[in-house]
Design a protein around this ligand. Structure first.
Ligand code: PLP
Length: 368
């Protein structure tokens, strides 16, 4: 785990390292090419981007060229996206919506509970809703499970039935279909199995629009491994019946690869036999390894004795990667890859009041 990624170091390592480190470096050309390939593999399936994975405007501008819309999970994300792209379709989801969120003007509202629907109906205003279902299906192999058992996300089929009955008695709120984001970290065959179950369920309710959520697998242990978008797109095409609208809303699998957290070694030391490299910054900039419990992958460096790479925070939890077999000395630049999603934006930035990292965007040709 955490060994060097099997890829060439980017050109900027040689003479173009940002002067001020730590820094996030986003490769917008990589993002553009990746999302364009995903878009193509999906055929007729609609693609939304889950903004919570990384709401950086530079990334959203590249994504906006390829996606059909954005999925947001709060009024804050909604205002952010609307400010950048006033005309892009937006779907609003998430448990615990405030009244302001519930009554916001969006293309699709993902209803999470019978009480939420009651509040929406009481407001007496039109809306287009998908009912978020938590189906009782196995989600083995998932890194996070939002469904397939008791969780606070969406409704079980009884809750959905309660909502359907409420929707039948009125016509202001239109029942467009079903939403299901059941697990994250699944590969294409596992996600297709879930998709088949969700589609069958939606057909039973007589609706033809289905949002299958996100959660496409990303491997921090094997950065070269990629979700098989072609197999997924082909699988969905064979599941889809004429007239049905399928939509997905990935986050991590779209933006994770385009970002790097670049920093410099401050100190190297051996303590009770174990070798540590202390780098500028830490998990207050890149919290991902702490939350996921993994070693953040490191771009290629000369081989050496396994070293644990830690940040500047005074806590034993400030570990970025363990036992990385690379040679490090004070002053060396270390690049953590796969830092484009759930990285800076989920980190506790102000802990210990260290300075913020810089932000650099490698241009993508199309950008002015
Ligand atoms: C977080 C989330 C997503 C995106 O999940 P990823 O694992 O980043 O692809 C999509 N839909 C919903 C409802 C979510 O909560």
């Amino acid at each position: 785990m955490g060994g060097p990624a099997p890829e060439e170091p980017p050109a900027y390592v040689h003479g173009r390292v940002p002067e001020e480190l730590p820094a996030y470096v986003y490769d917008l050309a990589e993002l553009d090419a990746h999302v364009s390939a995903v878009r193509e593999a999906l055929g007729d399936v609609e693609l939304h981007y889950a903004v919570k994975a990384n709401p950086d405007p530079h990334l959203l501008r590249v994504l906006a060229r390829h996606v059909d819309g954005f999925e947001v999970a709060s009024a804050g994300e909604l205002a952010h996206v609307r400010g950048l792209f006033p005309d892009m379709p937006v779907a609003l989801g998430g448990p615990g919506k405030t009244d302001a969120e519930l009554l916001s003007d969006v293309a699709r509202l993902h209803v999470e509970s019978p009480n939420e629907l009651r509040r929406l109906l009481a407001a007496g205003r039109p809306a287009d809703v998908l009912l978020r279902v938590n189906l009782d299906v196995p989600v083995e192999g998932a890194s996070l499970a939002m469904g397939g058992g008791a969780t606070p996300f969406g409704m079980d089929p009884d809750g959905v039935a309660e909502c359907v009955a409420m929707l039948e008695r009125q016509d202001a709120v239109r029942f467009r279909g079903v939403h299901a984001h059941l697990a994250s970290g699944l590969d294409a065959p596992a996600l297709l199995k879930l998709a088949a179950a969700v589609l069958e369920y939606a057909r039973g309710l007589g609706v033809s629009e289905v949002n299958l959520g996100g959660g496409m697998a990303v491997s921090y242990a094997d950065p070269a491994a990629r979700f098989d978008w072609r197999a997924y797109g082909e699988g969905l095409a064979s599941l889809r019946r004429p007239g049905e609208v399928l939509r997905i809303e990935p986050g991590r699998s779209l933006t994770v690869y385009c970002g790097r957290y670049v920093t410099r070694v401050i100190d190297v030391k051996r303590v009770h036999g174990e070798l540590f490299a202390v780098v500028a910054g830490g998990t207050h900039h890149l919290r991902t390894p702490a939350t996921k419990g993994h070693s953040q992958p490191v771009a290629p460096l000369p081989p050496g004795e396994p070293v644990t790479i830690v940040g500047q925070l005074c806590t034993p939890k400030d570990v970025l990667a363990r036992n990385v077999p690379v040679a490090l000395s004070p002053g060396d630049v270390v690049e953590f890859t796969m830092a484009g999603a759930y990285a800076w934006n989920i980190s506790h930035h102000d802990f210990l009041m260290h300075p913020a990292p810089g932000f650099h965007y490698l241009p993508d040709g199309a950008a002015g």
